[in-house]
Design a protein around this ligand. Structure first.
Ligand code: IPE
Ligand code: IPE
Ligand code: MG
Length: 249
């Protein structure tokens, strides 16, 4: 990978590919509005968003990113009309079947963050299979947040930790941040350096609450199905211009 890459187009974005963030997280938002703008059903927006996810995930592996985490379905998204939830779950099944079919070609390591017990047994099995088969791949790890909520994740970690204390496996007087992190879905994964939210909303919507403590943010009005590699370059270039102090000087 060259040191700098100049992108085509009117506004040139300079990205230093030797200084990429280690972990990028994305709230894949705006599918419904994208469809509405075109007079299409919301599910068409989700289908378009799934394709963009495929493109961006493959690109992240190609440029040598270590971790990509995407928010695909939140613990609050069950509130949506049943036919929309069904459409999203159907797309997920299609995506996972295709991902499993092309695994040897794509060689992307995949993991899932979230409570998968609320998914259908078939979907749950597909998630487990995808995770198991792709374990042996090196390079970018893509974490898909499914039925994921930051608060839910913290509560589950607290419960698991309390149980370990009760059963003598942990000592509450010595709980450290690192130890607590080990109880989260994201155990073993470094915190995100850059969180991208498309669609113009300026909120986290319960995404990676613990892990985002010192993340840099990039908000853009682009809707997720319109998101491109160029937009990703803009986000990374913006990140590379920041001064991260972590409370220091
Ligand atoms: C994100 O797009 C996908 C999910 C939340 C599953 P939305 O469906 O939230 O799209 P908007 O925000 O309504 O445009
Ligand atoms: C966040 O988007 C969840 C996902 C993208 C999966 P939402 O569309 O659910 O968030 P709100 O409702 O705008 O906060
Ligand atoms: Mg939304």
């Amino acid at each position: 990978m060259g040191f700098f890459r100049k992108n085509q187009g009117p506004d040139t974005v300079l990205v230093d590919f030797d200084r990429l963030p280690r972990h990028i997280a994305i709230v894949m938002d705006g599918n419904g509005r994208w469809a509405k703008k075109r007079g299409l059903p919301r599910r068409a927006g989700h289908a378009a968003g799934a394709e963009v996810f495929r493109t961006i995930a493959t690109y992240c592996k190609d440029i040598g990113l270590d971790y990509l985490t995407v928010y695909a379905f939140s613990t609050e998204n069950w509130k949506r009309p049943q036919d929309e939830v069904d459409a999203i779950m159907g797309l997920l099944k299609k995506y996972l079947l295709e991902a499993i079919g092309q695994m040897e070609r794509d060689r992307v390591k995949m993991a899932f963050f979230g409570d998968l017990s609320l998914l259908t047994p078939e979907l749950r099995e597909l998630c487990h299979r995808t995770q198991e088969i792709s374990k042996r791949y090196e390079g970018c790890q893509v974490n898909i947040c499914l039925n994921y909520g930051g608060r839910d994740e913290i509560i589950r970690a607290a419960r698991a930790y309390a149980l370990d204390c009760q059963e003598g496996r942990a000592d509450p007087n010595h709980l450290s941040q690192a130890e607590f992190s080990g109880y989260l879905y994201s155990r073993g994964v470094p915190d995100p350096d850059l969180i991208i939210r498309p669609s113009g909303e300026l909120r986290l919507s319960n995404f990676l609450l613990w892990q985002s403590a010192y993340a840099e943010y990039y908000f853009t009005g682009v809707l997720w199905p319109d998101f491109t590699k160029e937009e990703l370059h803009r986000a990374i270039a913006s990140y590379q211009g920041r001064n991260r102090r972590f409370g220091g000087v």
